[in-house]
Design a protein. Structure first.
Length: 259
């Protein structure tokens, strides 16, 4: 019974999962291959639903499921498939939160990004979050090494979300852009980065120093995740198997009844 329980817990192992916009794959495993998941099975827009967004400053959320001290994050957006995340970086150098616990549903985080005014309704657009495991290697991981997981598939984790954005500009007219929490104007290599985070009453952690993120004053109030759009269900692709915290708990209780 112990081996079976360990197997069930192991299949939910992972590190970072985007939460809003809704991820293509809302589990903790299979997220170790650029750009969106292992074995190319999550590198497709048929996976997951689609979240409707509006242009402007708003909050994105994500969860860390296994703590990695000093491991920073990057959030980027791609127009027309998953081909140009590096050209449109919404927020880089998001410092790690070394506080709190990743037990149960993981450690929840909230950051502010500025979604571009782009027409992403008739084309495939996606948001990607990556976490670079700088606690697992010495030196610096350069942006050019991201597609190679910084040299090891256990060094970077990827999570993507399909999005519709009801903007006005054609995607081809959007020039490359780069935004960094540290204020950099161009991408730099990732090293250990730790931030000062504060846990809110709703259980989400937010950065105490928000000066490195877009200001809501330029575009109005920050829409909450529940008001920035709806989630369209994915096309039917057959039966899938998923594990949630509640299903694991119930499975363990059932197994204990027989042993």
């Amino acid at each position: 019974m112990i081996c079976l329980i360990l197997f069930i817990l192991n299949v939910t192992d992972g590190h970072v999962v985007i939460k809003h916009p809704a991820p293509r794959y809302d589990q903790f495993d299979e997220l170790k291959q650029y750009p969106c998941g292992s074995n190319n099975q999550y590198n497709a827009f048929s996976m997951g639903g689609t979240t409707d967004l509006i242009p402007g400053v708003q909050e994105f959320t994500f969860r860390e499921t296994i703590n990695h001290n000093g491991a920073p994050y990057r959030i980027a957006i791609s127009f027309k498939n998953d081909d140009n995340f590096d050209d449109h970086v919404l927020l880089d150098n998001i410092p790690h939160n070394d506080q709190g616990s990743t037990k149960l549903n993981g450690k929840l985080h909230r950051v502010t990004v500025d979604v571009p005014d782009v027409d992403c309704v008739s084309i495939n657009c996606s948001v990607q979050i990556v976490q670079v495991m700088t606690d697992k290697f010495d030196g610096i991981c350069q942006p050019s090494d991201l597609a190679n997981s910084c040299g090891n598939k256990f060094f970077v984790y990827f999570s993507c979300a399909n999005v519709n954005i009801n903007g006005t500009q054609n995607a081809d007219s959007i020039d490359p852009f780069y935004r960094s929490y540290k204020g950099y104007t161009t991408a730099r290599g990732w090293t250990t980065e730790v931030g000062d985070w504060n846990e809110s009453n709703d259980g989400y952690w937010t950065l105490v120093n928000a000066s490195g993120m877009p200001s809501p004053s330029s575009t109005g109030t920050i829409p909450s995740p529940s008001s920035t759009g709806t989630i369209s269900p994915p096309p039917s692709t057959g039966t899938s198997l998923t594990f949630t915290a509640s299903s694991i708990y119930i499975s363990i209780l059932v197994l204990m009844a027989f042993f």
